[in-house]
Design a protein around this ligand. Structure first.
Ligand code: F6R
Length: 712
C-alpha cells in the first residue's frame, strides 16, 4: 500500500543531499508494503521554490531521476521540510503525474502526500474546477492540495493571517473518506502539517537534549470550534446530486473564512520541546506511515490518533483537535519503539520472506514468552485480564480477519470451541460486512491482523463496536489502528514482518489464539488433561519447527524439479489441516503465481475428483489425528485414479505402506492435533518460496499485492 515519509530538521544543519537521502531511504524501507511509483518534494534554491520529483517504478528509479537533475546537492539548510511517498494506484494508472506529492498549482504553493481515499473528491474537483483550478492528475488526492490553496487565497487578505493549523482545519472538514496526510507550503516555510483519519501516521522525534516530558499536550480550541461555530448544513453539489457521499459541506457557502474564534494557536508552547533555557531545542522529526522507516533514526515515537492535526514549526510538535469529546485524553505519549534495526534487515538471507520463515522457531517463542508457565501449566495474557469474565460469559465468539490471518482463525476455531464450549464462528471481514451480519452486545469479536491496518477488518471492527460487542485484537503491529481501537487484545510479538507473504505472523497468530483458548478454559477441571497436553506440545513446538526447516533442501528439489513447470496444484486436508491446505495454497498462488487450491479432503468426491489424473500435482496433509483414516481414504481415491500425490505425514507413518509406490512423502514430527498445523504449514511456505525463486519472481514484492491493504 501507499507509504508516507516526511523529514523536518530544525536548526540541525543538513545538506540537500543528506535530506534527499534521508527521505529516499525512508521510502526504501516502505518498499515492502507494495507500490508502483514514488515521489518527493524539497525546497529549491530560489525563495518560495518547491521542487517535485516523481517517477514510476521503484525508489531506485526516483533516486536516478533526482541524480539526473543537476541540482546543487551541497546547499545547506538549517531548517527544512521534505515530504515523500510511495504510491499504490487506486485512482489513475501509475504515472509521474499521478504519483505524489500533488500540488495546488504550477508554482507548487501547497504540496501534499496522501494515503487513503477521498470519497467526495469528484464533488470537490467539480467545485474547484468551477473556481478556476486546473487538475492535472486522475487522482482523488490532488483536490486536497488545490483546496489548501483555495482556502489560503480566500483568507490571505483578512485582518488576521490564517496559521497552518487553522488552514488545515478548514480544509479537513471538507474531506470525506480516509487519509494519512502531510502538507508542505511555501506560505509556511519549514512547517508541516501531519494528520490522519483511518490511515496510520506516526512521528519519530530526535533531539540532542532530553525531552522535558514524554508526552505532547493535545490543544483543543478555547471557543467552539470552527466546524460547530459555522453550523452550515451539508450541501450537495449539482454534479453529485443524488449521491449522498459526494458532498462538500462548506465549499459553496464561502464559509471557508477563518472565524474570529479567538483561538490564537501560536500562543501555546509544546512542553516537551522546550530546553532548560526555555527556548525550543534543535530537533529532527520523521513522519511516516510505518515505524520500520524511522527506526534507524530514532526510537522515540508518537502515534497520531484519528483526527489529530500535528503541526510542527520552530522545533516544536503541537497536536490539535477541532473539538473535545467527553473523557478524551489530553496528551499523546511519546513511546519507545521496541523494534531493532536488524529486525528489518535481511541479514544473510536472500529475501525477507526466507528470513521470516527461518525465524519461526524464535518468533513462536517470542509469542509465548512470559505468557506460558510450562511447569505450572498456566497461561497469562495481560491484555485480556480485565475482560476474561466478559469473554467467558459471552454468547458466541466471532473471529474476523482477511487472507492469511483468516486462515489462522480457521486453524484454531475447533480448539476454541472444544476448550471454551462457546460457539465460535470464523468470518472473512469483507463478507461479514457485505452481509451486515447481526452482532449483539453479548458477542465477543476477535480481530486478527498482522498489520492491524487492514481496511476490511477495521470496518468490521467499527461495525461490531457500534453494536456494543466486546472487541479483541490479535495483532502484530504495536500502535496499529486495530490494536488501539479494540477493547483489549494480545500482541503476537512476532517482530516486524516485511515479506508481503505472511509467514511468521501466521504461526504466531495461531499460537496466540491457542493461548487465548487455553486461558479462557483454565477454570474448567474437565479440560485439565487436554490443556496440559497442549501446553506440553507448545513447549516443544519451537524445536520441532527447527526440525521441519531441515527439509528445506528436499522441498527446494521438489519445487524446482516437480512443481515449477506445473500449471496448477491441489492441497488436500481435513479437520485441523483444512486451514493448512488453504494457507499453503494462498502462499503458493500469491508469490509463485501458480494456481493452487486448498480443498477440504472430505469434499474431494463432491466434484474435485474430476481434476485428478496422473498429471495433476496433489499434496495431502495426512499427519496423524482422529481424521487420519478418512484422509487416507481420500489418498487412496487419488491413487486409484493414477494420481501421484506428495504426502505430508508423520515420521515413520506405517499406514502408507499399503499404498504401493506411486507417492512421495515429506515426514514431519508429530505434535498434538491442534498444533500440528504449525508444523505442517512450514514445508508449504518453503515450497511457495522456492517455486517463486525458481520462476525468477520478486519474492518480497509479489505483483499486485501490498503488505497492508488499507483500502476496501
Ligand atoms: C497473505 C497475506 C494477506 C494478509 C491479509 C490480511 O500472505 O499477507 O492475505 O494476510 O491481507 O492482512 P492483515 O493480517 O495485515 O490484516
Amino acid at each position: 500500500m501507499c507509504g508516507i515519509f516526511g523529514y523536518v530538521n530544525y536548526y540541525v544543519q543538513r545538506s540537500r543531499s543528506e535530506i534527499v537521502d534521508t527521505v529516499l531511504n525512508g521510502l526504501a524501507r516502505l518498499e515492502y508494503r507494495g507500490y508502483d511509483s514514488a515521489g518527493l518534494a524539497i525546497d529549491g534554491d530560489k525563495p518560495d521554490e518547491v521542487l517535485l520529483f516523481k517517477e514510476v517504478g521503484k525508489v531506485a528509479a526516483l533516486r536516478k531521476l533526482y541524480a539526473s537533475s543537476k541540482i546543487n546537492n551541497d546547499r545547506l539548510f538549517d531548517s527544512h521540510v521534505a515530504i515523500a511517498h510511495t504510491r499504490w494506484a487506486t485512482h489513475g494508472r501509475p504515472s509521474p503525474i499521478n504519483a505524489h506529492p500533488h500540488r495546488s498549482d504550477p508554482n507548487n504553493e501547497f504540496v501534499i502526500v496522501h494515503n487513503g481515499i477521498i470519497t467526495n473528491y469528484l464533488a470537490l474537483k467539480a467545485l474547484l474546477t468551477s473556481k478556476g483550478f486546473v487538475f492535472e492528475s486522475d487522482t482523488d488526492t490532488e483536490c486536497i492540495a488545490k483546496l489548501c490553496k483555495y482556502v489560503y487565497d480566500l483568507n490571505k487578505d483578512s485582518a488576521r493571517p490564517l496559521d497552518f493549523t487553522a488552514l488545515a482545519k478548514l480544509v479537513l472538514r471538507e474531506l470525506q473518506g480516509s487519509y494519512g496526510l502531510l502538507i508542505k507550503s511555501v506560505h509556511y516555510p519549514d512547517e508541516i502539517i501531519a494528520t490522519r483519519k483511518g490511515s496510520p501516521l506516526l512521528i519519530g522525534i530526535k533531539t540532542e537534549q532530553k525531552l522535558k516530558v514524554d508526552f505532547v499536550d493535545v490543544e483543543f480550541p478555547e471557543l467552539p470550534d470552527i466546524t460547530v461555530a459555522n453550523n452550515i448544513p451539508t450541501i450537495t453539489t449539482p454534479e453529485s446530486a443524488g449521491l449522498s457521499n459526494l458532498t462538500v459541506p462548506h465549499l459553496m457557502t464561502s464559509n471557508l473564512l477563518m472565524p474570529m474564534d479567538g483561538s490564537d494557536l501560536r500562543r501555546s508552547q509544546s512542553r516537551a520541546f522546550i530546553s532548560e533555557e526555555g527556548t525550543p531545542m534543535n530537533a529532527e522529526f520523521f513522519l511516516a506511515s510505518d515505524p520500520a522507516s524511522i527506526i534507524e533514526h530514532t526510537k522515540k515515537v508518537l502515534y497520531l490518533e484519528d483526527d489529530d492535526i500535528a503541526h510542527i514549526y520552530d522545533g516544536e510538535l503541537h497536536i490539535h483537535r477541532v473539538r473535545r469529546e467527553a473523557g478524551e485524553p489530553a496528551i499523546r505519549s511519546i513511546q519507545t519503539l521496541e523494534m531493532e534495526l536488524n529486525e528489518i534487515m535481511k541479514g544473510s538471507f536472500d529475501h525477507f520472506m526466507q528470513k521470516e520463515i527461518f525465524e519461526q522457531p524464535e518468533s513462536i517463542i517470542n509469542t509465548m514468552r512470559g505468557r506460558i508457565d510450562f511447569e505450572k501449566k498456566t497461561v497469562t495474557l495481560g491484555g485480556l485480564s480485565s475482560y476474561l469474565g466478559t469473554i467467558r460469559r459471552c454468547r458466541r465468539i466471532i473471529m474476523i480477519a482477511c487472507g492469511t490471518s483468516y486462515h489462522s482463525c480457521m486453524a484454531t476455531r475447533a480448539i476454541f470451541e472444544e476448550l471454551t464450549e462457546i460457539p465460535t464462528t470464523v468470518e472473512l471481514a469483507s463478507d461479514f460486512l457485505d452481509r451486515r451480519s447481526p452482532v449483539f452486545r453479548d458477542d465477543t469479536c476477535i480481530f486478527v491482523s498482522q498489520s492491524g491496518e487492514t481496511a476490511d477488518s477495521m470496518l468490521a471492527l467499527q461495525y461490531c463496536a457500534e453494536r456494543g460487542a466486546l472487541t479483541v485484537g490479535i495483532v502484530n503491529s504495536v500502535g496499529s489502528s486495530i490494536s488501539r481501537q479494540t477493547n483489549c487484545g494480545v500482541h503476537i510479538n512476532a517482530g516486524p514482518e516485511i515479506g508481503v507473504a505472511s509467514t511468521k505472523a501466521y504461526t504466531s497468530q495461531y499460537v496466540a489464539l491457542v493461548m487465548m483458548a487455553l486461558l479462557l478454559s483454565d477454570d474448567s477441571i474437565s479440560k485439565y488433561e487436554r490443556r496440559t497436553s497442549i501446553i506440553d506440545g507448545l513447549s516443544k513446538i519451537s524445536s520441532q519447527v527447527e526440525e521441519v526447516l531441515k527439509l528445506n533442501d528436499t522441498i527446494r528439489g521438489i519445487a524446482e524439479t516437480d512443481l515449477a513447470q506445473q500449471k496448477s496444484l491441489l492441497l488436500l486436508g481435513r479437520g485441523y489441516q483444512h486451514a493448512t491446505a488453504l494457507e499453503g495454497a494462498l502462499k503458493i498462488k500469491e508469490i509463485s503465481y501458480m494456481h493452487s487450491e486448498g480443498v477440504l479432503a472430505g469434499e474431494l468426491k463432491h466434484g474435485v475428483l474430476a481434476l485428478v489424473d496422473a498429471t495433476m500435482p496433489i499434496i495431502f496433509l495426512a499427519t496423524h489425528d482422529s481424521l487420519f483414516p478418512k484422509v487416507m481414504s481420500a489418498v487412496e481415491q487419488v491413487i486409484a485414479r493414477s494420481g501421484n500425490p506428495i504426502i505430508l505425514c508423520n515420521k515413520g507413518e506405517s499406514a502408507l505402506s499399503k499404498l504401493g509406490k506411486t507417492y512421495r512423502t515429506l515426514e514431519i514430527p508429530q505434535t498434538v492435533d491442534c498444533l500440528q498445523g504449525l508444523l505442517n504449514v512450514i514445508p508449504l511456505q518453503l515450497m511457495s518460496y522456492w517455486l517463486a525463486v525458481k520462476k525468477g519472481y520478486d519474492v518480497d514484492f509479489p505483483r499486485n499485492l501490498a503488505k497492508a491493504v488499507t483500502v476496501e
